[in-house]
Design a protein around this ligand. Structure first.
Ligand code: G3P
Length: 217
């Protein structure tokens, strides 16, 4: 399972990268705004800064909603760095844009996916990644993990190579359940990744080992 971090915060990206388990980064306009980045130049520079920290894929989202605009923006983003994956919303125009980029060999991440039908369309258009937002579905009393299961089944039925990127991860159990289902990638906050390492029996066991070690030091 690939681990992506879902943030535009450079300090957190560095911290995750230093753990040695980071495979990529996903961003979105809200995450970029949260870092106070304003204006086209600084935004593009920020994507390059992220690429220079991590080795893997970095999703950069278009903000146009028409086909021509998405193509223009996506080409500009893709030209920034070979690690950039163009993130495109699951709307009608977005499907056309994903197909365009797929034909050109430019990688895409289809975002804002909330149904199996949307995921199927993204795969048919040739998306590299499809991003179902499981936390936001849970927020409206709908089973986000059930969607991951449905998409896994559909993609396996037909051998689609599009990777399932479980997004809107909120806590470590989301990551574990997605791994059990067979999501290809998860993207989540650093806190959820770090939480995977925690167990009270590890802490008390280590405290005992260190105490006992003093007896023969
Ligand atoms: O990158 C998109 C997605 O992960 C959003 O997560 O927490 O805003 O629902 P969240």
């Amino acid at each position: 399972m690939k681990f992506f971090i879902d943030t535009a915060n450079l300090a957190q990206i560095k911290e995750a990268q230093e753990l040695g388990i980071l495979d990529g980064v996903t961003t979105n306009p809200s995450l970029m705004a949260k870092e106070g980045i304003k204006g086209k130049g600084p935004v593009l520079k920020h994507y390059v800064d992220i690429c220079n920290i991590v080795d893997g894929d970095v999703s950069a989202e278009v903000i146009s909603t028409d086909y021509e605009g998405m193509v223009k923006e996506g080409e500009e983003l893709a030209a920034l760095h070979d690690q950039i994956v163009v993130k495109i919303p699951m709307i009608k125009e977005g499907i056309k844009a994903i197909k365009y980029f797929s034909n050109k060999g430019i990688r895409t991440n289809c975002t804002l996916v909330f149904s199996a039908g949307q995921a199927l369309l993204a795969a048919k258009a040739g998306a590299t990644y499809v991003s179902p937002f499981i936390g936001r579905l849970d927020d409206v009393s709908t089973d986000g993990l059930a969607l991951i299961e449905d998409i896994r089944l559909i993609f396996d039925n037909y051998g689609y190579e599009t990777e399932i990127l479980a997004a809107s991860i909120r806590h470590p159990m989301h990551i574990i359940e997605c791994a059990k289902i067979g999501a290809d990638v998860m993207t989540g906050p650093l806190s959820a990744i770090i939480a995977l390492a925690k167990h009270p029996l590890t802490d008390t066991g280590l405290a005992t080992f260190l105490e006992d070690a003093k007896k023969f030091a």
